[in-house]
Design a binder for this molecule. Structure first.
Ligand code: FE2
Length: 376
């Protein structure tokens, strides 16, 4: 079943190749049309706790912004107060979407210098913002579409998030979401290898896996994907591009509605997917459903797993196995009106894969939705 290429997975990375030494994904910053309502969606729907706010009351006259936390995951949602804000024009073009993938590093100056020397385009030079809680240091580079990587050093900052942000005291409503597993990009036809090279050459990442159109195709549409990961293996960025098919692929639909490359989905890790998905469903989060026949074939395909099959079937969770173990996953419907960004919930039992065995059933479910939108 596993015929994807595993590329230099077991070769340790040298210090030089992994020059960024990324400590963690610091946060994901969504630019949206209505930050207050987006905050409620992540809070009441996904179980994130709102922990910080920036806006008119805190001296921020350009945009309203909320920081939400669940386990190690930090999300920021921001919306413009005026049409002059770049958040407003970004939102008009792309709709709601991920503007910044922020990476925590030791030295934002070195990260900026080394990446731009290797060809990255600067979004902003190293800068520091200061308030009573200390120094918050960042720099940023452009990546695919209008998306940015922000480098963050908060080692001398003790505030709740960044200058102008003040703590919010909201009750937790946890659903067990613990960490970001991976963040996937969609790029236009013919651009996947360019971004694979970017992550390799500019960011010091290595290619972990690739999937071609034979792995990821249905009767109608196809895509290709390569997975890039950093030296520690903790940061994983798959990159998709559409492949030739009879009909419009889900990647093309995304590119049409996001008006270019951008973040397709964020995969959030849980230690108990049954609990998490039950909670999310009760709170109104909608997930894709695969046909019942998927569950009839499941025991034969993945063998024995710890989780009860009837609960897996009832909640619509997908299972895949490879030679290292198995994983459980489920995909939300798009989280805004445009058929663009969505969320994956994932639990891993040894497998480091991405659910290749589920691609066909999953993409057929996505195509059903595309057809309903008149986009297939
Ligand atoms: Fe994924």
């Amino acid at each position: 079943m596993v015929n994807s290429a595993l590329v230099s997975e077991h070769r340790p990375m040298t210090e030089e190749a992994d020059f960024l030494q990324i400590k963690s994904i610091d946060h994901l910053h969504f630019w949206v049309g209505n930050a207050r309502q987006a905050m409620y969606y992540w809070w009441k729907g996904f179980g994130f706790t709102p922990v910080a706010y920036s806006g008119l009351e805190t001296g921020n006259r350009e945009f309203a912004s909320y920081v939400l936390q669940s386990g190690q995951i930090r999300l920021v949602v921001s919306a413009a107060y005026t049409p002059a804000s770049q958040i407003a024009s970004h939102q008009m073009v792309h709709g709601d979407g991920v503007k910044m993938i922020a990476l925590e590093v030791e030295d934002v100056e070195q990260a900026h210098r080394e990446t731009t020397a290797r060809g990255a385009i600067s979004a902003w030079a190293p800068r520091q913002e200061q308030d009573a809680a200390g120094l918050y240091r960042t720099s940023a580079i452009r990546i695919y579409g209008d998306t940015l990587h922000v480098f963050v050093d908060r080692s001398q900052y003790s505030g709740v998030f960044a200058p102008t942000y003040q703590p919010l005291k909201q009750e937790a409503s946890a659903t067990g979401l613990a960490a970001i597993d991976h963040i996937v990009a969609n790029v236009p036809l013919g651009k996947m290898n360019q971004w694979v090279n970017f992550y390799h050459r500019v960011m010091g990442f290595r290619q972990l896996l690739h999937f071609d159109d034979k792995d990821i195709s249905t009767e109608y549409s196809a895509l290709m994907s390569k997975v890039m990961q950093n030296g520690s293996g903790r940061v994983k960025f798959p990159i998709n591009e559409p492949a030739e098919g009879l009909r419009k692929s889900q990647i093309e639909e995304y590119l049409d509605y996001y008006l270019g490359a951008g973040v397709q989905h964020i995969a959030l890790l849980t230690g108990d997917i049954l609990h998490t998905v039950r909670e999310l469903r009760q709170r109104g989060i909608e997930f894709l459903r695969v046909p019942e026949a998927y569950y009839d074939a499941l025991p034969g395909r993945v063998g024995s797993i710890k989780e009860p099959l009837d609960a897996i079937r009832e909640l619509g969770i997908l299972v895949d196995r490879d030679d290292e173990g198995y994983l459980l996953q489920i995909f939300s419907r798009p989280i805004q009106d445009r058929p663009t960004v969505f969320v994956e919930i994932i639990q891993r039992h040894g497998s480091r894969g991405f659910g290749k065995g589920n691609f066909k059933a999953l993409f057929e479910a996505i195509e059903l939705e595309q057809a309903r939108r008149g986009n297939l």
